[in-house]
Design a protein around this ligand. Structure first.
Ligand code: URA
Length: 243
């Protein structure tokens, strides 16, 4: 059973707030009867729901990957009207949840899913999902400094879980680090690099666990295949009953 307004939003009819308005205006019917109660409980298997006379049904679960450009916020809406990653999802009607966040200036792999519970699992530190970043930092960290990242470093919100870190390139007083973390705290990689005295100049996420961007151009998205979704679900022990 699910509340009518939630069901409509989940089916991608409109935002939750707009769905409330549709119900309130008497534009939604269930089994032939107009229902104006937002919290009316429906059985999504049996009840026949119509909006503006057209049938409404749960859509198959979807998951996409976006190659996020710099300059976009990962948020559903911004009170200051700044650009968000949802502005890039042209042609998408469903409500997507981002799997974790990337900072405004961070680029690279962002996953989005219509399954809020799966999103929660993929970001939960308990499941140790590996996130790989390429960071351009000021200076060249010493082995000792890298070791601090590997064992855990003290940040204001606690010691980080052991990470993997190595220098992959050095160039004109900067270096490229590959950093793999297994949690997802706010601005974590930037804060870790800052803590060892090598502030981040540029940051890109290149992989989430085994999933990489491949040849996906910056600013573009693609659907994940059902095999990819299945593999991610297995990775976090997600069983359909838990949805
Ligand atoms: N760590 C950061 O500092 N920023 C991101 O966007 C992601 C991880």
């Amino acid at each position: 059973m699910i509340r009518l307004n939630r069901f409509l939003a989940h089916c991608g009819v409109a935002s939750r707030r707009q769905c409330d308005l549709l119900i309130d205006r008497g534009e939604v019917s269930i089994n032939g009867k107009t229902i104006r109660e937002l919290g009316f409980q429906i059985d999504e298997e049996r009840d026949r729901v119509y909006c503006h006379g057209k049938p409404v049904a749960m859509q198959a679960e979807k998951m996409i990957m976006l190659n996020k450009p710099s300059g976009y916020l990962v948020t559903a809406s911004d009170p200051h009207g700044r650009r968000t990653v949802f502005d890039l999802l042209i042609g998408i009607r469903e409500r997507f949840f981002s799997v974790g966040r990337l900072d405004h200036d961070t680029t690279g792999l962002l996953l989005l899913t219509t399954n809020g519970k799966l999103s929660h699992r993929l970001t939960h530190p308990k499941y140790h999902v590996r996130k790989t970043y390429h960071a351009v930092v000021q200076g060249v960290p010493t082995e000792d400094e890298l070791e601090q990242l590997r064992t855990g470093i003290k940040l204001e919100d606690g010691i980080t879980a052991p990470a993997r870190a190595r220098v992959i390139r050095k160039r004109r007083g900067t270096s490229w680090l590959e950093i793999k973390i297994f949690e997802g705290r706010k601005r974590q990689v930037r804060r870790m690099a800052e803590a060892i005295g090598h502030p981040v100049i540029d940051l890109k996420r290149t992989a989430i666990d085994w999933l990489t961007l491949g040849k996906l151009p910056v600013g573009k998205w693609r659907d994940l295949t059902s095999e990819e979704i299945k593999k991610l679900k297995n990775r976090v022990n997600y069983q359909e009953e838990s949805s």
